[in-house]
Design a protein around this ligand. Structure first.
Ligand SMILES: [Zn+2]
Length: 504
């Protein structure tokens, strides 16, 4: 008897090793359970308002193992298609998840400002399924392979939505082709640089020759360069603050220190370089993207001309430039300080016009939080307070609510917030409800009004957000990231299963 047991031992050990091997090789079932608030990986979502690239349809979207595998219109169902595990959203809108190409989550190094967990929980609650993190405001800045690896490590198992990374183009690496290539090979989706001081000492500004170098490297990789386009013109900035009569608590004082001519000057410089991105030109394949445009006059005209001349250029603006105007900002309310600044109401109207006409290509949050004490809310000093608007969780209802007056459609929201930003970030499997794509979707109700102050907010410092105290319409009820139901009615999935996105 004993002899037989001893003989079985190696066999049993082998069997146990096999089982352990398969468990660790394929832990998806156990893993999946915590990643999603749904019990299954194969299901159908039905709604009367599904936003696809071919219009808004009534029908069903089939999701299997993280991907969209079929889309059936209501009238095509005709009894043949058998739907299983149906989640019926009725009149709620099912739209591609938002892709926010401009967010500062400040992790690692300044996670007390935001951090990956709170930032991506807020993103999920706001219907954002992918965001691209900026290379500055974390410590260190993402300017090399090593610093990118620190970002990826900080993101692992701590992100509720998918997160990609922009790398920094700074004077230190701009003339060092092998350093830039190393950073691009490590997986950043593109580069970002500043034409004025960034507000963070370890992320210095670049000049036109740095940018030219950057574009020539990026051309080979076919990845974009994102630029903060403001160029300091000393004469005008002095006009704004000197003379003693300027009150630092007045928003108009701050506005005068960063006139529209700064944006115009920077864009004029940039557009001499983008001629190189035309077909047949030396930097063909490179693309220049102007972040957070505020000036809707001369700057925008320059961009329109460059586009029609064949330059590979796009431009984004942010909800705060579309929602607020300088006239309404109260003395000392530094929650509204950002750069470039929010300009007057006439500028805002023109910005909406440009967005609706397609001259502004897309929207981004530029979520840029900090510690409440750095916002100097008590002093209300606009000149010394941290510049940056905190908004990540609210961008969808903000765009929708303020866009009502302009007749914004669901298709336009999907274009500005999903399709075009996904394409800028090189994510062809994201940004649209289409067969084969990642099942990244937001379910929301355009008609439900809510008070921000009554709603759970997942941002680390909700109080610094310029939107607090307002009422918005358009409430997010569910968010799916690669098929995982990561947020539902005020509840997040137990595990943070977002994926760090790296370019290959
Ligand atoms: Zn920014």
């Amino acid at each position: 008897m004993e002899a037989i047991q001893w003989k079985l031992l190696p066999l049993l050990t082998l069997l146990a090793s096999f089982l352990l091997f398969f468990y660790f090789q394929n832990p998806s079932k156990k893993y999946q359970k915590n990643c999603s608030l749904l019990p299954h990986q194969h299901y159908w979502i039905t709604s009367n308002r599904i936003v696809t690239p071919h219009g808004v349809i009534s029908g069903a979207v089939e999701v299997k193992e993280g991907k969209i595998v079929s889309i059936v219109k209501e009238e095509e169902k005709n009894g043949k298609t058998k739907l299983e595990n149906v989640i019926d959203y009725g009149e709620a809108v099912v739209m591609p998840g938002l892709v926010d190409v401009h967010a500062h989550l400040d992790d690692p190094g300044r996670a007390e400002w935001e951090g990956f967990p709170s930032g991506t929980k807020a993103a999920a609650a706001g219907g954002i399924t992918t965001l691209v993190d900026m290379p500055l405001n974390s410590d260190p800045s993402t300017v090399s392979r090593e610093t990118l690896q620190l970002k990826i490590k900080a993101a692992e198992s701590r992100i509720y939505v998918d997160v990609g990374f922009w790398g920094g183009l700074v004077p230190e690496n701009a003339f060092n082709a092998s350093a830039l290539e190393d950073l691009l090979n490590a997986g950043v989706l593109g580069l970002k640089s500043f034409m004025c001081p960034s507000g963070i000492n370890d992320f210095p500004m670049t000049n036109a020759s740095h940018i030219k170098e950057g574009l020539s490297i990026l051309a080979k990789y076919r990845r974009p360069l994102l630029v903060h386009a403001e160029k300091q013109l000393d004469f005008e900035s002095d006009l704004g603050v000197e003379g003693g009569s300027n009150d630092a608590r007045s928003y108009l004082t701050y506005l005068k220190t960063r006139p529209a001519s700064w944006e115009e000057a920077a864009i004029r410089d940039l557009l001499t370089l983008t001629k190189d991105t035309r077909i047949g030109a030396p930097a063909e394949g490179a693309h220049l993207h102007i972040v957070h445009l505020s000036d809707s006059s001369n700057s925008l005209d320059l961009i329109k001309d460059a586009k029609s001349g064949g330059d590979s250029v796009t431009v984004e603006t942010c909800p705060h430039y579309l929602a607020f105007s300088a006239e309404e900002i109260r003395d000392g309310d530094t929650r509204f300080k950002c750069s470039p600044p929010i300009r007057d109401a006439a500028n805002k109207e023109k910005l909406w016009e440009a967005l609706l006409a397609g001259h502004v290509d897309m929207l981004s949050s530029d979520h840029s939080p900090t510690l409440p004490e750095l916002k100097l809310l008590d002093d209300g000093d606009f000149l010394r307070a941290w510049g940056g608007i905190s908004s990540l969780q609210f961008v969808l209802p903000v765009t929708w609510s303020y866009g009502q007056k302009y007749g914004v459609t669901l298709e336009q929201l999907a274009l500005w917030w999903s399709e075009r930003p996904a394409s800028l970030a090189g994510q062809e499997l994201k940004g649209a409800i289409a067969i084969g794509n990642h099942a990244d979707m937001v379910v929301w109700d355009p008609d439900v009004e809510f008070d921000l102050d009554d709603d759970p907010i997942y941002l680390k410092h909700a109080g610094i957000s310029a939107y607090m105290g307002t009422k918005l319409s358009g409430k997010v009820s569910a968010t799916f990231v690669r098929g995982n139901l990561v947020f539902k009615d005020g509840k997040h999935a137990p595990a943070a299963c977002g994926v760090p996105i790296l370019a290959k």
